[in-house]
Design a protein around this ligand. Sequence first.
Ligand SMILES: Nc1nc2c(ncn2[C@@H]2O[C@H](COP(=O)(O)OP(=O)(O)OP(=O)(O)O)[C@@H](O)[C@H]2O)c(=O)[nH]1
Ligand SMILES: [Mg+2]
Length: 252
Amino acid sequence: MSKKKGLSKRECATARSTKAHTVSLEPSGKATNGGAGNGGHDRLDRSALNNSNEFYDVACKVMLVGDSGVGKTCLLVRFKDGAFLSGSFISTVGIDFRNKVVAVDDAKVKLQIWDTAGQERFRSVTHAYYRDAHALLLLYDITNRPSFENIRAWLTEIHEYAQQNVVIMLLGNKGDMTAERAVKKDEGERLAKEYGIPFMETSAKTGLNVELAFTAIAKELKHRVEKQPNDAKFRIQDYINSEKKKKSTCCG
Ligand SMILES: Nc1nc2c(ncn2[C@@H]2O[C@H](COP(=O)(O)OP(=O)(O)OP(=O)(O)O)[C@@H](O)[C@H]2O)c(=O)[nH]1
Ligand SMILES: [Mg+2]
């Protein structure tokens, strides 16, 4: 029994025809993931099966990218499990993914989050996955200046390999390490503004803005999929700013 439906290359997969439904993602991409390795496809197949009890309306692929050590894996673990991976740093080998369904307004958005290896030697593996991504979270480490200086190169790579309309968000991670800060917050803001992408500082350690980053992405993608011609445009940076404001007024 197959419940799988194909994914449009440009849009998230949607299903709205039945009340209770599950749409499994097409095994990454037979059709759309070109040169990606089979390992990823096999894992994706199994995951779709394991999650068949989870209902969702929209399914999207999100990729975490950025230099090695900036905290991509930790950010994903914080979001998925609410935990922080402290201790010795285990660099990701190749690529892996985790699924999480988030509630956005009246809909459930399934985020399939791909955690990539930042090390240069895995770059060609990562490139093959870009074109299926609906959103990219691009991270640097606020205590590591070179990781920030490499952001322009990452953006060039993204523009080369990803879909033209991919949602990009810049994240300055390790926001808890203020004593070791090597990149000012307004430098991150300025760079993001220059490229017209949303920005915030995060911390996988404390959880600062982690939920917000993924929820904002889910909201943006859901709006894109379900947008009616007369709907007001969803502005992701405005949403982030208003959520931050709400938090600061409610919780000091
Ligand atoms: N203080 C602090 N440490 C962090 C944070 N995020 C990650 N780290 C630490 O930074 C190191 C690298 O984190 P990872 O998440 O493994 O880095 P990565 O970007 O996945 O690295 P690659 O897999 O090599 O690409 C680990 O020792 C983490 O404990 C954070 O927000 N704050
Ligand atoms: Mg990693």
